[in-house]
Design a protein around this ligand. Structure first.
Ligand code: AMP
Length: 439
């Protein structure tokens, strides 16, 4: 019988990759906490309708990529393909628009699922950090969100001693105006696309989706589309005075903070709920799948989900896997022997013979309970092999017990890098002070 492998596009992250990955994740979350976004946890699955109505019928996510299944009670459920719709659903379920402290600022990190074609930087199960501010129309929150994402990515790079800055990380910005601005803009864009459709120049994906949402024409990667869209009418020329002023204020705040924003009239993002501010972060070393994160306003999402009055918000999602790929140069799921292991423990216990095992076990347990990272070798193995294990675990010290130590109630402490060793009492306080002073 053969073993069962992981599902295609759903990689396992093993040590030491998982330590680097966790460090990126916590750097991102800590950044969000610094900006006042509390941790939230919502279920990994939702009623399918949350995404169908929230994310939008014209999107690839809803059309092709959702992991949808019927549960044993006959409900249609979907594994979350993104974060915003579920968080908005949670806020509405809890009545946050009426009774909550607004803006409601939350963040989380977790797995997201999309049935995409796996390739470098594109998985079916991947991790996002999600940040949302609900119940606000303030342009300062838009600017805050964009700076938060920029800082989170920079802090993530720092965990690996790397730097993200203007030279390798771009932040692209656009405004999509309000929903009320759309009909006039759609008419202009459709008139433009019509000429190319008549000439038979529009690819299949655009023909299929333009009648649901012509904005999707900007997302098409089909051959020739970039040239066609280069001269298309752009949204920012077709939006209301209020939306233009909102955008002006966001840009002014970002400029004042020295955020190196690139204005991109063609940035529409692949989800239908966006309005006004939209933005994306791109790592310049990533090739085709270069977006490490993105976000925007979703001023109509609450109403799409059945709320009967306006409840605006803005959010951001960072791809942790792609950020890892950009920082380390390998996908987190790749087997990569090149990565250095991080030290697992500080102290490694070595019994010289099996009957010394219990005494070493007792000391190691006491050290752990005193908060010192410690591990013990198997007492049936030879000391020589155990010293190798100590090195592999990244320990600084070995504590060794043999017959002499047993007799004298002592322990030998060996500093593994220098080979220096001395004996001391079998006392956790003494051992602890030796380990701590060496930091
Ligand atoms: P989106 O919600 O599509 O804007 O995605 C936000 C971020 O998640 C992207 O910028 C990527 O970094 C990451 N991401 C999206 N789809 C995938 C995927 N299939 N595999 C890995 N990362 C992804």
């Amino acid at each position: 019988m053969s073993i069962i492998d992981s599902v295609k596009g759903a990689p396992d992250l093993l040590p030491p990759v998982s330590s680097g990955f966790n460090a990126i994740e916590s750097a991102m979350l800590t950044t969000a906490l610094t900006y006042g976004y509390e941790r939230i946890r919502t279920p990994v699955f939702e009623h399918t309708e949350v995404f169908a109505r929230g994310v939008g019928a014209s999107t690839d996510i809803v059309n092709k990529e959702m992991y949808t299944f019927e549960d044993k009670g006959g409900r249609s459920l979907t594994l979350r393909p993104e974060g915003t719709a579920g968080i908005m659903r949670a806020a509405l379920s809890a009545g946050i628009p009426r009774g909550g402290v607004l803006p409601w600022k939350v963040s989380w990190v977790g797995e997201v699922f999309r049935y995409e074609r796996p390739q470098s930087g594109r998985q079916r199960s991947f991790t996002q950090m999600d940040v949302e501010a609900l119940g606000t129309t303030d342009p300062a929150i838009d600017a805050e969100m964009i700076i938060l994402g920029w800082d989170a990515l920079r802090n993530a790079a720092a965990t690996a001693g790397k730097t993200f800055d203007e030279s390798n990380l771009e932040v692209r910005l656009n405004t999509l105006g309000d929903r009320a601005d759309r009909p006039a803009y759609h008419a202009a864009l459709n008139a433009y696309l019509d000429q190319f459709e008549t000439q038979g120049k529009l690819p299949k994906d655009v023909l299929e989706r333009r009648h649901l949402n012509p904005l999707r024409a900007f997302d098409s990667k089909a051959e020739g589309m970039a040239e066609i869209m280069a001269n298309a009418p752009v949204i920012k020329d077709h939006i209301s005075e209020a939306a233009t002023e909102h955008h002006r204020q966001v840009v002014a705040l970002l400029d004042a903070e020295g955020i190196p924003v690139i204005h991109d009239d063609h940035l529409v993002r692949g989800l239908d709920y966006y309005t006004r501010t939209t933005f994306e972060y791109q790592a310049t070393n990533l090739g085709a799948q270069s977006a490490v994160g993105g976000g925007g306003r979703f001023d109509g999402l609450a109403e799409d989900l059945g709320w009967n009055e306006p409840f605006q918000g803005i959010g951001l999602a960072l791809g942790v896997d792609r950020t890892y790929l950009s920082i380390y140069g390998v996908s987190p799921g790749d087997p990569n022997p090149g990565l250095a292991r991080t030290p697992r423990v500080d102290v490694f216990g070595i019994p010289m013979a099996p009957h010394h095992g219990p005494r070493v076990f007792h000391l190691i347990t006491a050290l752990r309970r005193a908060g010192i990272r410690a591990e013990m070798g198997e007492s049936t193995r030879k000391p020589r092999a155990l010293f190798k294990s100590a090195d592999r675990a990244g320990a600084q010290f070995a504590i060794i017990i043999g017959d002499d130590e047993m007799m004298n109630d002592e322990v030998t402490v060996k500093h593994l890098a220098t080979g220096e060793q001395h004996t001391c009492p079998q006392d956790v306080a003494v051992l602890g002070s030796i380990v701590r002073t060496s930091d």
